[in-house]
Write a protein that binds this ligand. Structure first.
Ligand code: DGT
Ligand code: MG
Length: 242
């Protein structure tokens, strides 16, 4: 029951129960399997809410959310969520070994699979430098790892789970140039052959997106590719200048 990852939103609105305002207003887009969709906009604009409709964390008030042409409500919830991976610096790490953290969600993975995933995620080297390598225990919430290291553990985990749809929450963080380079390389690896949603806080990560949606107060105010949006001189250009 592997899905290919074609995601379609048709005129989707979302309203959180307690709120009077709509958190998402008339959102439509089509992301064919394997493409990259960028989401950008101020805090509270609705970026995370869009991704939560795909995992059926919330139900739309109106409109359709389709995966491979089928409403997400028709999927078995577990099967659906197995096909959607999340990577962010806040990705949850458990108080167990590095190895089990990478294999989380995929308990049958062999140590060879785990190491291969860590290598592709640019995490193998720093793991080997830890006191017990892959058997090193992580503290509560993964204490003892930097944000950039946690992110690469999360990428290794996603590579092992092999979801068709990937959601990247590109949290802003001060990492050095070398780490930044490694993270970019790891992201390129994990995005391969998956429909990827990049929630961006920096425009640099959107340069290669197939389509970018600029969100304001739950609505799409501008859409297109990076160069096109810069030429428009609209909201995207203004974010770029900040
Ligand atoms: P971020 O992560 O701070 O950059 O912001 P976004 O763009 O991810 O915004 P999002 O989708 O978290 O929130 C959109 C709007 O919906 C915002 O007004 C806050 C509201 N909202 C989000 N989650 C909930 C929720 O669970 N309950 C209620 N009542 N409102 C929520
Ligand atoms: Mg968010």
């Amino acid at each position: 029951n592997k899905i290919s990852g074609h995601v379609t939103f048709n005129n989707v609105t979302l309203q959180y129960e307690e709120d009077d305002d709509q958190a998402l207003k008339d959102i439509s887009f089509d992301a064919p399997a394997g493409t990259v969709l960028g989401l950008i906009g101020a805090t509270g604009a609705g970026k995370t809410s869009i991704t939560q409709l795909m995992t059926r964390f919330y139900e739309p008030k109106q409109g359709d959310v389709l995966i491979d042409g089928k409403p997400v409500s028709d999927y078995n919830l577990k099967a659906l969520r197995r096909n959607i991976g999340f990577v962010s610096q806040e990705s949850f790490l458990f108080s167990t070994t590095i190895k089990d953290n990478i294999a989380y969600g995929n308990p049958n993975a062999s140590i060879d699979d785990i190491i291969a995933a860590a290598k592709r995620a640019q995490a193998h080297e720093f793991i080997l430098e830890m006191p017990n390598g892959y058997d090193t225990m992580l503290g509560e919430r993964g204490m003892g790892l930097s944000g950039g290291q946690k992110q690469r553990i999360a990428i290794a985990r996603a590579i092992l789970i092999d979801p068709s749809i990937l959601i990247l929450d590109d949290a802003t963080s001060a990492v050095d140039m070398e780490t930044e380079f490694k993270i970019q390389k790891a992201l390129k690896e994990v995005m391969k052959n998956r429909t990827t949603f990049i929630i961006a806080h920096r425009i640099s990560s959107l340069k290669h997106a197939d389509e970018i949606l600029v969100l304001e107060d739950g609505a799409i105010v501008e859409r297109g590719k990076h160069e096109q949006l810069l030429d428009n001189g609209g909201p995207y250009q203004r974010i770029y200048d900040i």
